[in-house]
Design a binder for this molecule. Structure first.
Ligand code: HEC
Length: 177
């Protein structure tokens, strides 16, 4: 056998070995399932509601983009639910909420009802909030997602989760939008 033949046969052998290896040994790549729509997960228990809230907070709601120690553009929210009630009595408060849960709801859908001192849009003397309303198209949360975020804020603040799910309320709203 001349050298050329030896090299050719050897090359074919290597190609053959590699083909067998790639077919039999390398694990096939299976693409992951696309993520489910958040609205599809309809919470029924308080725990599920809080879990959805955390998901919305870090994902669709983009809350963590501003409300984080790194960003520094917005107040931290670990205690927001705990101080909510006291906000109603602050001088600059001009909303309609009557309790802590309503205050949190209002601060999500109408952030300028109370502007945390020092965090107003520049040049507005803390009368206008730079935070977009969470129902605005930019964020676009559903009622259920808003409730979930409130439940999450109450949970991390260590106060009672007062958001109610009775009467299948949250579930109906989620499917009826
Ligand atoms: C573009 C930045 C930005 C984003 C996004 C944002 N916020 Fe805010 N948020 C702010 C700023 C700034 C303030 C302080 C001014 C004010 O009181 O409105 C604030 C205030 C608040 C308050 C009132 C805090 C208090 O102590 O009274 C709550 C509650 C809140 N945000 C929750 C959220 C949640 C939940 C989300 C996500 C759904 C979110 N924010 C998304 C910037 C943002």
């Amino acid at each position: 056998m001349n050298n050329f033949l030896k090299v050719a046969l050897f090359s074919l052998f290597i190609i053959g070995v590699y083909t067998v290896y790639s077919v039999m040994i390398i694990p096939p790549i299976t693409p992951e399932e696309p993520p489910k729509e958040e609205a599809a997960a309809m919470p029924v228990t308080v725990d599920e509601l809080v879990a959805l809230g955390e998901q919305v907070y870090n994902g669709k709601g983009a809350c963590a983009l501003c409300h984080s120690p790194v960003a520094g553009r917005a107040p931290l929210l670990e205690k927001a639910a705990a101080v909510a009630e006291a906000r109603l009595r602050e001088k600059g408060y001009n909303g309609k909420a009557t309790d802590a849960e309503e205050y949190l709801y209002e601060s999500l859908v109408a952030p300028s009802a109370f502007v945390v001192p020092g965090f107003g849009a520049s040049g507005t003397n803390d009368t206008i909030s730079p935070m977009p309303g969470v129902k605005d198209p930019a964020i676009g949360l559903s009622e259920t997602e808003i409730k979930a975020v409130i439940a999450y804020l109450q949970q991390i603040a260590g106060v009672e989760v007062t958001v109610k799910l009775d009467g299948g309320n949250a579930i109906q709203e989620a499917s009826g939008r």
